[in-house]
Design a protein around this ligand. Structure first.
Ligand SMILES: [Zn+2]
Length: 583
């Protein structure tokens, strides 16, 4: 048994929020209007072994979304009854919870404990399937192909994996030098980890269209394409989406057949519970294949998850954004934290700043309010992509829950897309502001090094990476490690590598990117000692003279770059003179 909170019905958010709960197929009783309460008396489907229902605590006043304490208590009551908890950024609207039942016994249990089994419906989805204006997997491929052929100079089609059913997971790179690994920040946008969240791919396709169509026309967009590498994966889970179109508009997982779990709800893995960080029991995922939030047999067991992880390996994103629905939220990582300062991600300050600003940018478009959101009071999520991005990969991650249902009436999609455009535009703007770009090279050769890069302090305050984060390393092609930071602070960075002398540098950041070349000196090498004969002496001086003020610095001159600024000049002469030892 599992429980999933439903989408929020938050007041004052416009007509889009009116209908968000819908009939779940296969369903044995006919759909009814929102709020109608059933005496559940029908047989549970034998075909599935499990059936999804929605339940509401029976009380005089409806439980409002704001009744946080009551909501938490109700959640705990369901857990105590044996239903395990799960959610996907969905606010428990009006005390309605979604859970799976296995038997009539479960229904009796719920009724006896004061819960009514409720069935509701989104009229926009009557007929059971998806409005055809939404993109199916084939249409996504057609659009990506068309964009690549219309804009060959700034795009590259990529196939990051193939699903169990043989569908390509395709994406597009947008850059002024596509196919070249440039020394630029990479930013990623993905949608549809969850199949039924069909409006989300439209946000990413809009981004692709804007960046390509406006290149060379809009100066800001032109800069983004020239200065960053953008990678978009508009449909992470095409097998699931095809199933949404063909068979079940409420399908969420991928389509992995799970042995012994049948052909109904026992199929599939929740891809956004399958990532390695905190994968397993704990919060917000289930070990039952029948659950909507089944985490899979092992971490990163799914081809789609592996494809996304390999993509990260290749591009080393600085920012990654996953679009989900529903709710109008930007979700905090860590999604399974207890919300305490100790459980937060170490760089909470920067993520908080960006979430607030991103939500503000979206909300400013037409007054529809998006808010930063923490799932902490509602049980949390584990195995999600954003927590993995941050903890294991050092990527600044965002989940945006774009609308108030999985598949709103398509007439609402242009508004959703337009609003969220302001959100991703903000991320591009922010990427160009306070940031530390460490570049680690071997002092003598100038060649990039893969070295451990740590952030020790912000101003005088220690930053503790003690919640399961992996060490961060500069990437091997350019030696880069990029950190988005808060403005007007000084950060202390430590760079180390086996066989080299560790360096610690203070980096003051105002409000623009700071390039920080870090030259690591191999153990046993003495700077200034060109002959490496054990002392800095006049025998080295003639070589020093040849290197003086030669720009750019020549490789053989790097040993005279005493102050590690990749130039040999008066500053170095002073230090060299001070190092003189011999006759
Ligand atoms: Zn989702």
């Amino acid at each position: 048994m599992s429980v999933e909170f439903l989408s929020a019905d938050i007041p004052n958010q416009g007509k889009e929020s009116l209908q968000m709960i819908r009939c779940i197929a296969p369903w044995k009783i006919s759909c009814a209007v929102v709020g109608l309460v059933f005496a559940f008396g029908v047989a549970v489907s034998a075909q599935d072994g499990a059936q999804q229902v929605e339940v509401r605590l029976r009380r005089d006043e409806p439980l409002r979304a704001m009744d946080a304490l009551q909501t938490v208590a109700t959640k705990q009551q369901l857990i105590d009854l044996g239903f395990d908890l799960a959610r996907c950024g969905h606010y428990p609207a009006n005390g309605v919870f979604r859970l799976e039942i296995d038997s009539e016994e479960d229904v009796r249990l719920l009724n006896e404990n004061g819960f009514d089994v409720v069935e509701t419906e989104d009229p926009g989805l009557r007929g059971g399937l998806i409005e055809t204006s939404y993109f199916d997997p084939g249409e996504i491929l057609t659009m990506l192909n068309q964009t690549a052929s219309d804009h060959p100079g700034i795009t590259e089609l990529i196939t990051i994996g193939t699903t169990l059913e043989g569908r390509p997971i395709r994406g597009i790179v947008i850059s002024n030098n596509p196919g070249v690994d440039e020394d630029e920040p990479a930013i990623q946008f993905n949608a549809q980890h969850h199949a039924r969240e069909v409006a989300t791919s439209h946000v990413v396709i809009d981004l692709i269209n804007r960046l390509t169509d406006q290149y060379g026309i809009d100066s800001e967009i032109t800069d983004w394409v020239n200065n960053y590498e953008t990678v978009c994966i508009p449909m992470v889970n095409p097998d699931g989406v095809q199933y949404v179109f063909n068979s079940d508009n409420n399908w969420r997982k991928n389509r992995r057949p799970n042995s012994g779990c049948g052909s109904g709800s026992g199929v599939g893995v929740d891809l956004n519970r399958n990532y390695p960080y905190l994968w397993g029991p704990g919060c917000g995922s289930s070990s039952s294949c029948f659950s909507l939030v089944y985490r899979g047999p092992s971490s990163a067991s799914e081809l789609e998850t592996q494809a996304m992880m390999n993509l990260q390996d290749e591009y080393r994103f600085t920012i990654a954004t996953s679009y989900h629905s529903s709710g109008r939220f930007i979700d905090y990582p860590y999604a399974c934290s207890d919300g305490s300062a100790a459980g937060r991600m170490p760089e909470h300050g920067i993520i908080h700043e960006m979430m607030v600003a991103m939500a503000g940018a979206i909300s400013a478009v037409d007054g529809v309010t998006y808010t930063p959101f923490t799932p902490v009071p509602f049980g949390g999520v584990n195995g999600d992509d954003t927590s993995w991005y941050y903890a294991h990969e050092g990527v600044y991650p965002f989940i945006v829950e774009i609308g108030t249902s999985f598949a709103p009436s398509f007439s609402l999609v242009p508004g959703i897309v337009n609003r969220n455009r302001a959100g991703w535009e903000y991320l591009y703007d922010r990427l160009g502001q306070a940031r530390i770009d460490v570049r680690v090279v071997d002092h003598l050769t100038g060649l990039p090094l893969e070295a451990k890069v740590e952030m020790l302090q912000q101003d005088a305050a220690n930053i503790l990476f003690d919640t399961g984060e992996f060490d961060r390393f500069s990437e091997p092609i350019h030696g880069r490690s990029r950190w988005v930071t808060e403005a007007n602070h000084t950060y202390t960075m430590r760079i180390s590598k086996s066989g080299y002398q560790t360096r610690t540098v203070d980096v003051p950041v105002v409000n623009s990117p700071v390039d920080v070349p870090v030259l690591l000196l191999a153990n046993g090498v003495s700077l200034g000692d060109e002959k490496q004969d054990g002392d800095v002496d006049l025998a080295d001086y003639s070589e020093f003279q040849k290197c003086f003020d030669v720009a750019p610095i020549q490789t053989e001159c790097r040993i005279f770059d005493m102050n590690a600024d990749e130039a040999v000049n008066f500053d170095d002469l002073g230090e060299w003179t001070a190092a003189l030892t011999g006759p």
